[in-house]
Design a protein around this ligand. Structure first.
Ligand SMILES: Cc1ncc(COP(=O)(O)O)c(C=O)c1O
Length: 402
């Protein structure tokens, strides 16, 4: 393995690495690591549901009933009732007939995206002969999450990347395409940028070019919209062209991924998407906790209210301190740094003062486009926000030093 030894030595020589923290409590958003207290400005536990008393009590009920695992495929004996109940809840949130649960959001994209293209091919092994050999093509925002890009690659279908949020560029690419089945694919909220897809304009294009729209709403679900249902609710949109994808590992505070679709699509995916039927799903106690978390997003609206108050307060403080923020639309508020070494040094300087912020670098983002990704939380206090803005004001952001 000399190749890997050489690579490991090169990785170690870079000035962008630092030891991951080893938290002994969950960021909600304060946590303990190595005996010290930190406040996280990067946890996806937006609403602090993961360690809430209600979620823990419900998960404990699942734990008592089932233990820690499922140990069988949903397609065989592992189709526990709680998964069916969770899927029904997820389908209702996204106003679709059905939902399918996956072990993670990553796996949902990696499994479903190729299955949209390859389901017919797989069915041929069983004797199905399609009336037409459809030509598929993906139209993908250049900054879509890595799991989307991996899913598209695995599909084998051609993919056309359009400039970030640029609907004119998307229109040009749709116009030039000869594919019969066009799938526009986008993050709802962009995970490293914090901006929101212009969904009404995108759907107008989808209508014009008869395209499907696949929305990965990992960061919108639980956060956007009057009841926290996500990006479509934020825009007041319900559209049969949309395939919804989401994760359960962010605002809902647990683990898992899902798609919400029409029942005929769900029926096909259950048999044609190996990431659903040929791997295990989330443990039953997590599914119990999720049933509670999903209810809490709706019936404890004060959590979302506090999240957005904190977002507005942070943005205002940063702007008053002279920082230019590239996006202020959502609780993901990145501070662009550029140089990777400077970004890592900034994160290190903040950590030394008890503040954890993710330094986002290649391959999560393009080379030279690194950023500190602040994610606001319902449980942040004004003092914590003042503290991090004061710390940043004392640092040279372009060099990452004091
Ligand atoms: C936009 C987006 N899609 C998918 C995922 C994967 O989700 P999970 O962590 O649940 O696998 C993430 C997580 O980082 C994400 O940000």
């Amino acid at each position: 393995m000399k190749d890997l030894q050489e690579l490991a030595a090169w990785l170690a020589s870079r000035d962008t690495e630092h030891d991951p923290l080893r938290p002994t409590t969950l960021p909600d958003p304060t946590f303990i690591s190595d005996g010290r207290e930190f406040v996280s400005f990067s946890t996806n536990n937006y609403l602090a549901l993961a360690s809430s008393a209600r979620v823990k009590a419900r998960a404990a009920e699942g734990l008592q009933r089932f233990g820690v695992g499922n140990c069988e495929s949903r397609l065989l004996g592992g189709n526990l009732e709680v998964y069916v109940a969770l899927e029904a809840k997820l389908a209702a949130i996204k106003k679709k007939e059905s939902a399918l649960l996956f072990a993670t959001g990553y796996l949902a994209n990696l499994g479903v995206i190729p299955a949209l293209v390859r389901s017919g091919q797989l069915a041929r092994a069983y004797g199905y002969s399609p009336s037409t050999r459809w030509k598929h093509a993906f139209f993908s925002d250049e900054f879509n999450h890595l799991s989307i890009r991996e899913g598209i690659r695995a599909s084998g279908a051609p993919s056309f990347a359009y400039r970030h949020l640029d609907m004119d560029d998307l229109a040009g690419k749709l116009r030039a395409s000869t594919a019969e089945i066009r799938i526009i694919i986008t993050d709802g909220v962009f995970s490293q940028h914090g901006d929101i897809v212009p969904l009404p304009d995108m759907l107008a294009l989808a209508e014009q070019y008869d395209a499907v729209v696949y929305i990965d709403d990992a960061h919108g679900t639980g956060v956007l919209g009057p009841t926290g249902a996500g990006t479509t609710e934020h825009f007041g949109i319900e559209d049969s062209r949309i395939i919804h994808m989401g994760t359960l590992s962010k605002a809902y505070g647990s683990i898992g991924g899902f798609v919400a679709v029409d029942e005929y699509v769900a029926g096909i995916l259950r048999v044609s998407c190996p990431a659903y039927g040929f791997t295990s799903t989330i443990p039953p106690d997590q599914a119990y906790g999720l049933l509670e978390a999903i209810d809490m997003v709706v019936d404890e609206p004060e959590r979302r209210i506090r999240l957005w108050e904190n977002q507005r307060y942070f943005v205002r403080c940063m702007q008053e301190a002279g920082f230019t923020l590239s996006s202020t639309q959502t609780p993901i508020v990145p501070l662009h740094v550029g140089d990777e070494g400077a970004c890592a040094r900034l994160a290190g300087a903040l950590r030394a003062e008890g503040v954890h912020v993710d330094a986002i670098m290649f391959p999560a983002i393009g080379p030279g486009d690194s950023r500190l990704r602040f994610i606001m939380n319902a449980h942040h206090t004004a003092e914590q926000i003042d503290h991090v803005v004061n710390l940043l004001s004392r640092l040279d952001v372009t060099r990452g030093t004091a």
